[in-house]
Design a protein around this ligand. Structure first.
Ligand code: DC
Length: 207
């Protein structure tokens, strides 16, 4: 990691608003936004399609919107946010071998993001980028998170599904969701995105 390249991590449970905040920060600072969950999702999709994880090539063809080629399979962002992949990616993410593959891909993403990177997930500040410029933990009340997720999935993902997924992401043995050391704690209950971005910028100045 270069000395002056900005890396901002955002960790937190599903539906806390990490993607919305991450995109707003990336726009404000002119740095790249990346969702680590998308890599868990695409690898899970490849696994469901081929029943194997022994791929040789992993190529990010486009970042926004995401397009990824794994060997001779091409995947688009819009295909990755299904109810099946919500559950299956969280299950597969428990395996240390999968986490190692994803961590390597994220290090590559970081090295190619010349302007800087804001990256969101569950273990971005705690495990993958412990030396980040600023680590954020974003939370929101459970009923707010679940109504947001139910809405995002067109009512396909129920409150129970979300609770089960969060429980698995929090209690797994490998890289569970935790508050990273030194993280800025933000609550997304009543604040607007602009207020949260302002708070992030203030904290960046202090780094
Ligand atoms: O953020 P998301 O909903 O797209 O993530 C999908 C799943 O991937 C999530 O339930 C758990 C896993 N994941 C993870 O284990 N670690 C990350 N840093 C990001 C996602």
């Amino acid at each position: 990691m270069s000395m002056n390249k900005i890396i901002i991590t955002i960790d937190g449970p599903s539906g806390s608003g990490k993607t919305t905040l991450g995109r707003a920060i990336s726009k404000k600072l002119g740095i790249t936004f990346f969702s680590s969950g998308s890599i868990y999702r695409v690898i899970t999709k490849y696994f469901l399609d081929t029943n194997s994880l022994g791929f040789e090539n992993f190529e990010i063809i486009s970042y926004e919107p995401l397009e990824i080629k794994i060997d001779n399979h091409t995947y688009f962002e819009k295909d990755l946010y299904t109810k099946e992949l919500n559950t299956k990616s969280s299950e597969l993410a428990q395996q240390i071998e999968i986490r190692a593959i994803v961590d390597n891909i994220l290090k590559f993403v970081e090295s190619s993001a010349d302007s800087g990177l804001v990256v969101e997930g569950r273990d971005m500040g705690s495990v993958v980028f412990p030396d980040a410029t600023l680590k954020i933990y974003l939370d929101a009340d459970e009923h707010i998170r679940s109504s947001r997720r139910v809405e995002q999935s067109n009512n396909e993902e129920t409150t129970d599904d979300i609770a089960e997924r969060d429980k698995r992401d929090l209690s797994r043995k490998n890289s569970p969701l935790v508050v990273p050391k030194g993280a800025l704690m933000l609550h997304n209950n009543t604040s607007t995105v602009e207020e949260l971005v302002d708070e992030v910028i203030e904290n960046l100045k202090l780094q």
